[in-house]
Ligand binder design. Structure first.
Ligand SMILES: Cc1ncc(COP(=O)(O)O)c(C=O)c1O
Length: 496
Protein backbone atom coordinates (compact mmCIF):
# COMPACT_ATOMS: atom_id res chain seq x y z
CA UNK A 1 0.00 0.00 0.00
CA UNK A 2 1.25 3.45 -0.88
CA UNK A 3 2.09 5.85 1.91
CA UNK A 4 3.79 8.45 -0.29
CA UNK A 5 1.98 11.27 -2.01
CA UNK A 6 2.03 10.50 -5.73
CA UNK A 7 0.90 12.97 -8.36
CA UNK A 8 -2.34 11.99 -10.07
CA UNK A 9 -2.72 13.35 -13.61
CA UNK A 10 -0.58 16.35 -12.82
CA UNK A 11 -2.46 17.13 -9.59
CA UNK A 12 -0.90 16.65 -6.19
CA UNK A 13 -2.74 13.95 -4.29
CA UNK A 14 -3.99 14.64 -0.79
CA UNK A 15 -1.67 13.50 1.99
CA UNK A 16 -4.54 11.45 3.31
CA UNK A 17 -6.42 9.61 0.63
CA UNK A 18 -8.67 6.61 0.49
CA UNK A 19 -5.83 4.19 -0.29
CA UNK A 20 -3.64 5.16 2.64
CA UNK A 21 -6.14 5.52 5.51
CA UNK A 22 -6.25 2.85 8.19
CA UNK A 23 -7.24 -0.25 6.18
CA UNK A 24 -9.33 -1.51 9.09
CA UNK A 25 -11.56 1.55 8.76
CA UNK A 26 -11.95 0.84 5.04
CA UNK A 27 -13.02 -2.71 5.78
CA UNK A 28 -15.91 -1.68 8.05
CA UNK A 29 -19.40 -2.34 6.68
CA UNK A 30 -22.61 -1.23 8.33
CA UNK A 31 -25.64 -2.32 6.35
CA UNK A 32 -28.23 -0.66 8.58
CA UNK A 33 -27.02 2.66 7.24
CA UNK A 34 -25.72 1.25 3.94
CA UNK A 35 -26.68 1.57 0.25
CA UNK A 36 -30.40 1.23 0.89
CA UNK A 37 -30.42 3.90 3.57
CA UNK A 38 -28.41 6.24 1.33
CA UNK A 39 -30.87 5.74 -1.54
CA UNK A 40 -33.74 6.36 0.91
CA UNK A 41 -32.14 9.69 1.91
CA UNK A 42 -31.79 10.64 -1.77
CA UNK A 43 -35.47 9.86 -2.33
CA UNK A 44 -36.43 11.98 0.69
CA UNK A 45 -34.43 14.90 -0.66
CA UNK A 46 -35.98 14.48 -4.13
CA UNK A 47 -39.52 14.44 -2.69
CA UNK A 48 -38.79 17.49 -0.52
CA UNK A 49 -37.42 19.36 -3.55
CA UNK A 50 -39.73 18.34 -6.36
CA UNK A 51 -42.81 16.99 -4.57
CA UNK A 52 -44.29 13.59 -5.29
CA UNK A 53 -43.98 13.93 -9.08
CA UNK A 54 -43.17 10.56 -10.54
CA UNK A 55 -43.25 8.71 -7.20
CA UNK A 56 -45.89 6.10 -6.47
CA UNK A 57 -45.65 6.63 -2.70
CA UNK A 58 -46.23 9.58 -0.37
CA UNK A 59 -43.08 9.38 1.68
CA UNK A 60 -40.07 7.30 2.61
CA UNK A 61 -40.62 5.00 5.60
CA UNK A 62 -37.42 4.05 7.42
CA UNK A 63 -37.86 0.45 8.50
CA UNK A 64 -34.10 -0.11 8.22
CA UNK A 65 -33.28 0.86 11.77
CA UNK A 66 -34.79 0.35 15.23
CA UNK A 67 -35.34 4.06 15.78
CA UNK A 68 -38.89 4.31 17.20
CA UNK A 69 -39.15 8.09 17.60
CA UNK A 70 -38.16 8.60 13.96
CA UNK A 71 -41.43 6.80 13.18
CA UNK A 72 -43.49 8.97 15.48
CA UNK A 73 -43.37 6.97 18.73
CA UNK A 74 -43.98 9.57 21.43
CA UNK A 75 -41.42 9.90 24.20
CA UNK A 76 -42.45 8.94 27.74
CA UNK A 77 -43.87 12.11 29.28
CA UNK A 78 -42.26 11.81 32.72
CA UNK A 79 -38.80 11.33 31.19
CA UNK A 80 -39.05 14.46 29.08
CA UNK A 81 -40.54 16.48 31.93
CA UNK A 82 -37.55 15.70 34.13
CA UNK A 83 -35.09 16.17 31.26
CA UNK A 84 -36.52 19.58 30.36
CA UNK A 85 -36.31 20.84 33.96
CA UNK A 86 -32.74 19.64 34.22
CA UNK A 87 -31.85 21.32 30.95
CA UNK A 88 -33.15 24.68 32.10
CA UNK A 89 -32.66 24.71 35.87
CA UNK A 90 -33.83 28.32 36.19
CA UNK A 91 -37.32 26.86 35.95
CA UNK A 92 -36.74 25.55 39.45
CA UNK A 93 -36.05 28.99 40.95
CA UNK A 94 -38.60 30.21 43.53
CA UNK A 95 -39.92 32.96 41.22
CA UNK A 96 -41.01 30.32 38.68
CA UNK A 97 -42.53 27.93 41.20
CA UNK A 98 -46.20 28.61 40.51
CA UNK A 99 -45.79 28.43 36.72
CA UNK A 100 -43.78 25.22 36.92
CA UNK A 101 -46.18 23.61 39.38
CA UNK A 102 -49.00 24.33 36.97
CA UNK A 103 -47.15 22.52 34.18
CA UNK A 104 -45.22 19.69 35.85
CA UNK A 105 -46.29 16.97 38.31
CA UNK A 106 -44.59 17.17 41.73
CA UNK A 107 -42.60 13.94 41.29
CA UNK A 108 -41.03 15.22 38.05
CA UNK A 109 -40.01 18.44 39.83
CA UNK A 110 -38.71 16.46 42.79
CA UNK A 111 -36.72 14.07 40.57
CA UNK A 112 -35.20 16.94 38.57
CA UNK A 113 -34.09 18.64 41.81
CA UNK A 114 -32.61 15.42 43.11
CA UNK A 115 -30.73 14.69 39.88
CA UNK A 116 -29.44 18.25 39.60
CA UNK A 117 -28.14 18.06 43.13
CA UNK A 118 -26.30 14.83 42.32
CA UNK A 119 -25.05 15.93 38.91
CA UNK A 120 -24.12 19.53 39.67
CA UNK A 121 -24.07 21.17 36.24
CA UNK A 122 -25.62 19.33 33.30
CA UNK A 123 -23.18 21.05 30.95
CA UNK A 124 -20.09 19.89 32.84
CA UNK A 125 -18.06 16.71 32.32
CA UNK A 126 -19.08 14.06 34.80
CA UNK A 127 -17.17 11.16 36.36
CA UNK A 128 -15.71 9.20 33.42
CA UNK A 129 -17.43 5.98 34.47
CA UNK A 130 -20.73 7.83 34.82
CA UNK A 131 -22.34 9.76 37.67
CA UNK A 132 -22.02 7.71 40.84
CA UNK A 133 -25.60 8.13 42.05
CA UNK A 134 -26.89 7.01 38.64
CA UNK A 135 -24.63 3.95 38.75
CA UNK A 136 -26.11 3.22 42.17
CA UNK A 137 -29.61 3.43 40.70
CA UNK A 138 -28.54 1.07 37.91
CA UNK A 139 -27.16 -1.37 40.49
CA UNK A 140 -30.47 -1.26 42.41
CA UNK A 141 -32.38 -1.91 39.18
CA UNK A 142 -30.21 -4.94 38.42
CA UNK A 143 -30.59 -6.25 41.97
CA UNK A 144 -34.35 -5.88 41.82
CA UNK A 145 -34.54 -7.49 38.37
CA UNK A 146 -32.25 -10.45 39.14
CA UNK A 147 -32.41 -10.95 42.90
CA UNK A 148 -28.60 -10.83 43.15
CA UNK A 149 -26.39 -7.94 44.27
CA UNK A 150 -24.77 -5.54 41.79
CA UNK A 151 -21.82 -3.23 42.44
CA UNK A 152 -22.00 0.37 41.11
CA UNK A 153 -18.20 0.31 40.76
CA UNK A 154 -18.53 -2.45 38.18
CA UNK A 155 -21.06 -0.53 36.12
CA UNK A 156 -20.00 1.80 33.31
CA UNK A 157 -22.44 4.30 31.86
CA UNK A 158 -21.93 4.62 28.12
CA UNK A 159 -22.98 6.50 25.02
CA UNK A 160 -25.58 3.91 24.01
CA UNK A 161 -24.77 0.22 24.31
CA UNK A 162 -22.63 0.55 21.16
CA UNK A 163 -19.83 2.39 22.90
CA UNK A 164 -19.63 -0.17 25.70
CA UNK A 165 -19.60 -3.06 23.24
CA UNK A 166 -16.85 -1.40 21.23
CA UNK A 167 -14.74 -0.69 24.33
CA UNK A 168 -15.02 -4.27 25.54
CA UNK A 169 -14.26 -5.76 22.12
CA UNK A 170 -11.28 -3.44 21.76
CA UNK A 171 -9.95 -4.79 25.03
CA UNK A 172 -10.48 -8.44 24.11
CA UNK A 173 -8.89 -8.22 20.63
CA UNK A 174 -5.28 -8.25 21.81
CA UNK A 175 -3.91 -9.33 18.42
CA UNK A 176 -5.10 -9.97 14.88
CA UNK A 177 -5.69 -13.67 15.44
CA UNK A 178 -8.22 -13.23 18.24
CA UNK A 179 -11.64 -14.61 17.36
CA UNK A 180 -15.02 -13.63 18.75
CA UNK A 181 -18.02 -15.87 18.22
CA UNK A 182 -20.98 -13.97 16.81
CA UNK A 183 -24.42 -15.16 15.74
CA UNK A 184 -25.41 -15.24 12.09
CA UNK A 185 -27.63 -13.41 11.42
CA UNK A 186 -26.12 -10.73 13.66
CA UNK A 187 -26.46 -7.06 14.42
CA UNK A 188 -23.73 -5.54 12.18
CA UNK A 189 -22.16 -3.52 15.00
CA UNK A 190 -20.28 -6.71 15.84
CA UNK A 191 -18.77 -7.42 12.42
CA UNK A 192 -18.06 -3.70 12.00
CA UNK A 193 -16.25 -3.48 15.34
CA UNK A 194 -14.33 -6.69 14.70
CA UNK A 195 -13.22 -5.26 11.35
CA UNK A 196 -12.21 -1.97 12.97
CA UNK A 197 -10.15 -3.59 15.73
CA UNK A 198 -8.82 -6.27 13.41
CA UNK A 199 -10.32 -9.26 15.19
CA UNK A 200 -11.75 -12.38 13.56
CA UNK A 201 -15.48 -13.02 13.47
CA UNK A 202 -16.23 -16.65 14.31
CA UNK A 203 -19.78 -17.13 13.04
CA UNK A 204 -22.29 -19.54 14.53
CA UNK A 205 -25.61 -19.98 12.76
CA UNK A 206 -28.99 -19.60 14.41
CA UNK A 207 -31.55 -22.21 13.46
CA UNK A 208 -34.27 -20.60 11.36
CA UNK A 209 -36.39 -23.77 11.34
CA UNK A 210 -36.46 -23.69 15.15
CA UNK A 211 -37.57 -20.07 15.59
CA UNK A 212 -33.97 -18.88 15.28
CA UNK A 213 -32.95 -21.05 18.23
CA UNK A 214 -29.38 -21.53 19.35
CA UNK A 215 -27.92 -25.07 19.30
CA UNK A 216 -24.97 -25.86 21.51
CA UNK A 217 -23.83 -28.36 18.86
CA UNK A 218 -23.53 -25.47 16.41
CA UNK A 219 -21.46 -23.46 18.91
CA UNK A 220 -19.22 -26.47 19.46
CA UNK A 221 -18.63 -27.10 15.77
CA UNK A 222 -18.06 -23.43 14.94
CA UNK A 223 -15.55 -23.12 17.77
CA UNK A 224 -13.74 -26.32 16.76
CA UNK A 225 -13.51 -25.14 13.17
CA UNK A 226 -12.02 -21.77 14.18
CA UNK A 227 -9.57 -23.36 16.58
CA UNK A 228 -8.50 -25.88 13.97
CA UNK A 229 -7.46 -22.90 11.83
CA UNK A 230 -5.37 -21.58 14.71
CA UNK A 231 -7.73 -18.76 15.72
CA UNK A 232 -7.52 -17.84 19.39
CA UNK A 233 -11.23 -17.69 20.22
CA UNK A 234 -11.69 -15.63 23.36
CA UNK A 235 -15.33 -14.59 23.57
CA UNK A 236 -18.89 -15.44 22.68
CA UNK A 237 -21.49 -12.78 21.85
CA UNK A 238 -25.15 -13.54 22.53
CA UNK A 239 -27.97 -11.20 21.53
CA UNK A 240 -30.96 -11.88 23.75
CA UNK A 241 -33.57 -11.03 22.55
CA UNK A 242 -32.02 -11.34 19.11
CA UNK A 243 -31.57 -8.79 16.37
CA UNK A 244 -32.59 -9.24 13.55
CA UNK A 245 -34.11 -12.55 14.58
CA UNK A 246 -36.18 -11.63 17.66
CA UNK A 247 -35.73 -14.90 19.54
CA UNK A 248 -35.72 -15.03 23.37
CA UNK A 249 -33.54 -17.65 24.99
CA UNK A 250 -34.97 -20.19 27.42
CA UNK A 251 -33.44 -20.54 30.87
CA UNK A 252 -32.22 -24.04 30.02
CA UNK A 253 -30.51 -22.85 26.85
CA UNK A 254 -28.82 -20.02 28.77
CA UNK A 255 -27.46 -22.48 31.34
CA UNK A 256 -26.04 -24.60 28.53
CA UNK A 257 -24.42 -21.51 27.00
CA UNK A 258 -22.81 -20.60 30.33
CA UNK A 259 -21.61 -24.17 30.76
CA UNK A 260 -20.21 -24.10 27.20
CA UNK A 261 -18.30 -20.85 27.86
CA UNK A 262 -17.04 -22.17 31.15
CA UNK A 263 -15.76 -25.43 29.59
CA UNK A 264 -14.25 -23.64 26.61
CA UNK A 265 -12.82 -20.71 28.59
CA UNK A 266 -14.74 -18.02 26.75
CA UNK A 267 -15.76 -14.59 27.96
CA UNK A 268 -19.49 -14.02 27.50
CA UNK A 269 -20.82 -10.76 26.06
CA UNK A 270 -24.57 -10.56 26.67
CA UNK A 271 -26.27 -7.92 24.57
CA UNK A 272 -29.58 -7.43 26.38
CA UNK A 273 -30.72 -4.12 24.90
CA UNK A 274 -34.15 -5.56 24.00
CA UNK A 275 -34.91 -6.92 27.47
CA UNK A 276 -38.13 -4.89 27.73
CA UNK A 277 -39.26 -5.93 24.22
CA UNK A 278 -40.47 -9.41 25.02
CA UNK A 279 -43.91 -10.14 23.57
CA UNK A 280 -44.79 -13.60 24.95
CA UNK A 281 -43.47 -13.37 28.50
CA UNK A 282 -45.44 -16.33 29.82
CA UNK A 283 -43.81 -18.70 27.28
CA UNK A 284 -40.52 -16.86 26.73
CA UNK A 285 -39.76 -14.39 29.53
CA UNK A 286 -36.54 -12.39 29.52
CA UNK A 287 -33.83 -13.67 31.89
CA UNK A 288 -30.57 -11.83 32.21
CA UNK A 289 -27.38 -13.86 31.87
CA UNK A 290 -26.23 -12.35 35.16
CA UNK A 291 -29.25 -13.85 36.95
CA UNK A 292 -28.91 -17.27 35.34
CA UNK A 293 -25.17 -17.29 36.04
CA UNK A 294 -25.68 -16.42 39.72
CA UNK A 295 -28.41 -19.06 40.02
CA UNK A 296 -25.88 -21.71 38.95
CA UNK A 297 -23.96 -21.42 42.22
CA UNK A 298 -20.39 -20.81 43.39
CA UNK A 299 -18.85 -23.18 40.82
CA UNK A 300 -19.19 -20.29 38.36
CA UNK A 301 -17.87 -17.51 40.60
CA UNK A 302 -14.93 -16.90 38.28
CA UNK A 303 -17.07 -16.78 35.14
CA UNK A 304 -16.40 -13.64 33.06
CA UNK A 305 -19.43 -11.78 31.77
CA UNK A 306 -20.15 -8.34 30.30
CA UNK A 307 -23.84 -7.38 30.09
CA UNK A 308 -25.09 -4.45 28.00
CA UNK A 309 -28.25 -2.38 28.16
CA UNK A 310 -29.52 0.77 26.46
CA UNK A 311 -32.09 3.56 26.55
CA UNK A 312 -32.51 3.28 22.77
CA UNK A 313 -34.89 0.35 22.77
CA UNK A 314 -37.56 -0.99 25.12
CA UNK A 315 -40.60 1.26 25.29
CA UNK A 316 -38.49 4.36 25.65
CA UNK A 317 -36.78 4.55 22.27
CA UNK A 318 -34.52 7.44 23.27
CA UNK A 319 -31.96 6.48 20.59
CA UNK A 320 -30.74 10.01 19.93
CA UNK A 321 -29.87 10.72 23.57
CA UNK A 322 -27.19 8.04 23.48
CA UNK A 323 -27.38 6.39 26.88
CA UNK A 324 -26.59 2.90 28.06
CA UNK A 325 -24.52 0.93 30.51
CA UNK A 326 -22.58 -2.28 30.90
CA UNK A 327 -21.95 -4.37 33.96
CA UNK A 328 -18.78 -6.39 34.55
CA UNK A 329 -19.23 -9.70 36.37
CA UNK A 330 -16.22 -11.77 37.39
CA UNK A 331 -13.82 -9.48 35.49
CA UNK A 332 -10.26 -9.05 36.78
CA UNK A 333 -10.13 -5.71 38.70
CA UNK A 334 -7.05 -4.68 36.74
CA UNK A 335 -9.00 -5.13 33.51
CA UNK A 336 -11.80 -3.01 34.97
CA UNK A 337 -9.16 -0.34 35.67
CA UNK A 338 -8.13 -0.44 32.01
CA UNK A 339 -11.75 0.00 30.96
CA UNK A 340 -11.88 2.98 33.28
CA UNK A 341 -8.77 4.38 31.63
CA UNK A 342 -10.41 4.11 28.20
CA UNK A 343 -13.56 5.75 29.57
CA UNK A 344 -11.38 8.59 30.92
CA UNK A 345 -9.80 9.14 27.53
CA UNK A 346 -13.32 9.87 26.29
CA UNK A 347 -13.82 12.16 29.32
CA UNK A 348 -17.37 11.04 30.09
CA UNK A 349 -20.52 9.63 28.54
CA UNK A 350 -22.90 12.46 27.61
CA UNK A 351 -24.77 13.63 30.67
CA UNK A 352 -28.22 13.83 29.03
CA UNK A 353 -27.90 10.16 28.16
CA UNK A 354 -26.92 9.37 31.74
CA UNK A 355 -30.03 11.18 32.99
CA UNK A 356 -32.17 9.05 30.69
CA UNK A 357 -30.48 5.89 31.99
CA UNK A 358 -31.43 6.98 35.50
CA UNK A 359 -35.06 7.48 34.46
CA UNK A 360 -35.13 4.12 32.67
CA UNK A 361 -33.89 2.22 35.72
CA UNK A 362 -35.89 4.26 38.22
CA UNK A 363 -39.23 5.18 36.63
CA UNK A 364 -42.25 6.44 38.62
CA UNK A 365 -43.50 3.75 40.98
CA UNK A 366 -46.95 2.83 42.20
CA UNK A 367 -48.40 5.67 44.27
CA UNK A 368 -46.30 8.41 42.59
CA UNK A 369 -48.31 11.16 40.85
CA UNK A 370 -46.85 10.24 37.44
CA UNK A 371 -47.21 6.48 37.81
CA UNK A 372 -50.58 6.09 36.15
CA UNK A 373 -49.63 8.03 33.02
CA UNK A 374 -46.23 6.32 32.83
CA UNK A 375 -47.85 2.88 33.04
CA UNK A 376 -50.47 3.79 30.48
CA UNK A 377 -47.91 5.11 27.98
CA UNK A 378 -45.68 2.03 28.37
CA UNK A 379 -48.61 -0.36 28.08
CA UNK A 380 -49.90 1.36 24.94
CA UNK A 381 -46.50 1.24 23.25
CA UNK A 382 -45.88 -2.35 24.30
CA UNK A 383 -49.26 -3.65 23.16
CA UNK A 384 -49.09 -1.75 19.91
CA UNK A 385 -45.61 -3.15 19.16
CA UNK A 386 -46.88 -6.65 19.88
CA UNK A 387 -49.92 -6.17 17.61
CA UNK A 388 -47.82 -4.66 14.81
CA UNK A 389 -45.24 -7.46 15.00
CA UNK A 390 -47.95 -10.13 14.69
CA UNK A 391 -49.74 -8.30 11.88
CA UNK A 392 -46.60 -7.78 9.80
CA UNK A 393 -45.54 -11.38 10.38
CA UNK A 394 -48.92 -12.56 9.06
CA UNK A 395 -48.58 -10.27 6.04
CA UNK A 396 -45.13 -11.68 5.23
CA UNK A 397 -46.32 -15.25 5.66
CA UNK A 398 -49.21 -14.60 3.29
CA UNK A 399 -46.84 -13.56 0.49
CA UNK A 400 -45.82 -15.97 -2.25
CA UNK A 401 -42.48 -17.62 -1.44
CA UNK A 402 -42.04 -15.82 1.90
CA UNK A 403 -41.76 -17.41 5.35
CA UNK A 404 -41.31 -15.51 8.55
CA UNK A 405 -40.81 -16.53 12.17
CA UNK A 406 -42.77 -14.46 14.68
CA UNK A 407 -40.78 -12.00 16.79
CA UNK A 408 -40.62 -13.29 20.35
CA UNK A 409 -38.89 -10.03 21.17
CA UNK A 410 -36.99 -6.97 19.85
CA UNK A 411 -38.31 -4.75 17.02
CA UNK A 412 -37.70 -6.67 13.82
CA UNK A 413 -38.88 -9.40 11.51
CA UNK A 414 -36.45 -11.28 9.31
CA UNK A 415 -38.47 -13.03 6.59
CA UNK A 416 -36.92 -15.42 4.10
CA UNK A 417 -37.82 -14.92 0.43
CA UNK A 418 -37.46 -17.61 -2.18
CA UNK A 419 -36.49 -15.42 -5.10
CA UNK A 420 -37.27 -16.63 -8.63
CA UNK A 421 -34.22 -17.48 -10.74
CA UNK A 422 -35.15 -14.65 -13.13
CA UNK A 423 -34.87 -12.13 -10.29
CA UNK A 424 -31.52 -13.62 -9.25
CA UNK A 425 -30.27 -13.25 -12.83
CA UNK A 426 -31.58 -9.68 -13.06
CA UNK A 427 -29.78 -8.86 -9.81
CA UNK A 428 -26.57 -10.35 -11.16
CA UNK A 429 -26.74 -8.30 -14.34
CA UNK A 430 -27.21 -5.11 -12.35
CA UNK A 431 -24.25 -6.01 -10.11
CA UNK A 432 -26.37 -6.43 -6.98
CA UNK A 433 -26.91 -9.24 -4.54
CA UNK A 434 -30.37 -10.77 -5.03
CA UNK A 435 -31.66 -9.61 -1.62
CA UNK A 436 -30.30 -6.12 -2.23
CA UNK A 437 -31.99 -6.09 -5.64
CA UNK A 438 -35.33 -7.04 -4.04
CA UNK A 439 -34.98 -4.40 -1.29
CA UNK A 440 -34.04 -1.65 -3.77
CA UNK A 441 -37.05 -2.56 -5.90
CA UNK A 442 -39.20 -2.39 -2.75
CA UNK A 443 -37.81 1.03 -1.85
CA UNK A 444 -38.37 2.42 -5.33
CA UNK A 445 -41.93 1.08 -5.50
CA UNK A 446 -43.14 1.78 -1.95
CA UNK A 447 -40.74 4.18 -0.23
CA UNK A 448 -40.22 1.49 2.45
CA UNK A 449 -36.56 1.12 3.35
CA UNK A 450 -35.55 -2.27 4.76
CA UNK A 451 -32.12 -3.94 5.01
CA UNK A 452 -31.04 -6.90 2.86
CA UNK A 453 -30.25 -10.07 4.79
CA UNK A 454 -26.69 -10.04 3.46
CA UNK A 455 -26.01 -7.13 5.82
CA UNK A 456 -26.63 -9.42 8.81
CA UNK A 457 -25.35 -12.69 7.37
CA UNK A 458 -27.49 -15.59 6.23
CA UNK A 459 -26.97 -19.19 5.09
CA UNK A 460 -25.62 -19.45 1.55
CA UNK A 461 -28.26 -19.19 -1.15
CA UNK A 462 -30.96 -18.06 1.22
CA UNK A 463 -32.30 -14.53 0.93
CA UNK A 464 -33.84 -12.45 3.68
CA UNK A 465 -34.48 -8.88 4.63
CA UNK A 466 -34.98 -7.16 7.94
CA UNK A 467 -37.86 -4.82 8.56
CA UNK A 468 -38.78 -3.09 11.79
CA UNK A 469 -42.45 -3.14 12.73
CA UNK A 470 -42.28 0.46 13.89
CA UNK A 471 -44.43 2.41 11.40
CA UNK A 472 -47.29 4.11 13.30
CA UNK A 473 -50.27 1.88 13.93
CA UNK A 474 -52.77 4.19 12.23
CA UNK A 475 -50.74 3.88 9.01
CA UNK A 476 -49.94 0.21 9.46
CA UNK A 477 -52.63 -1.21 7.17
CA UNK A 478 -51.57 1.13 4.40
CA UNK A 479 -47.92 0.15 4.98
CA UNK A 480 -48.75 -3.58 4.87
CA UNK A 481 -50.87 -3.01 1.75
CA UNK A 482 -47.95 -1.32 -0.03
CA UNK A 483 -45.64 -4.24 0.74
CA UNK A 484 -48.18 -6.85 -0.39
CA UNK A 485 -48.85 -5.02 -3.66
CA UNK A 486 -45.13 -4.58 -4.33
CA UNK A 487 -44.34 -8.23 -3.65
CA UNK A 488 -47.09 -9.45 -5.95
CA UNK A 489 -45.93 -7.17 -8.76
CA UNK A 490 -42.32 -8.20 -8.22
CA UNK A 491 -43.22 -11.88 -8.40
CA UNK A 492 -45.44 -11.31 -11.46
CA UNK A 493 -42.51 -9.67 -13.18
CA UNK A 494 -39.87 -12.27 -12.30
CA UNK A 495 -41.81 -15.52 -11.71
CA UNK A 496 -39.95 -18.40 -13.43
C1 LIG B 1 -28.58 -5.85 19.45
C2 LIG B 1 -28.19 -4.42 19.55
N1 LIG B 1 -27.17 -4.08 20.35
C3 LIG B 1 -26.79 -2.81 20.47
C4 LIG B 1 -27.40 -1.81 19.77
C5 LIG B 1 -26.89 -0.41 19.92
O1 LIG B 1 -27.80 0.43 20.50
P1 LIG B 1 -27.41 1.80 21.16
O2 LIG B 1 -25.98 2.07 20.92
O3 LIG B 1 -28.32 2.81 20.55
O4 LIG B 1 -27.67 1.61 22.62
C6 LIG B 1 -28.47 -2.11 18.91
C7 LIG B 1 -29.11 -1.06 18.12
O5 LIG B 1 -29.96 -1.29 17.29
C8 LIG B 1 -28.87 -3.45 18.81
O6 LIG B 1 -29.87 -3.81 18.01
Amino acid sequence: MSTVTPKVEGKKRKLLHHDNINPHVRRVKYAVRGALAIRAEDLKTAIAKHGRNGFTFKKVVNCNIGNPQQLEQKPITFFRQVASLIDYPDLLLPENQSKVEALYPPDAIERARRLLKQIGAIGAYSHSQGIESIRKDVAEFIEERDGYPADPNLIFLTQGASQGIQNVLQLIISHSNVGVMIPIPQYPLYTATLALYNGKPVPYYLNEEQDWGLDIAELTSSLAQARSKGVEVRALVILNPGNPTGQCLSEQNMKEIIEFCSQEKLILLADEVYQANVYYPSQRPFHSFKKILKSMGPKYNDFELFSFHSISKGLIGECGRRGGYFECTGIDPKVVDELYKIASVNLCPNVHGQVMVDLMVKPPKSGDPSYELYEKECKNIYESLKRRSAKLCDVFNSMEGVTCNPAQGAMYLFPQIKLPQKAIEAAKSSGQKPDEFYCLAMLDATGVCVVPGSGFGQKDNTWHFRSTFLPPEELFDEFCGLLTKFHKEFMDKYRD
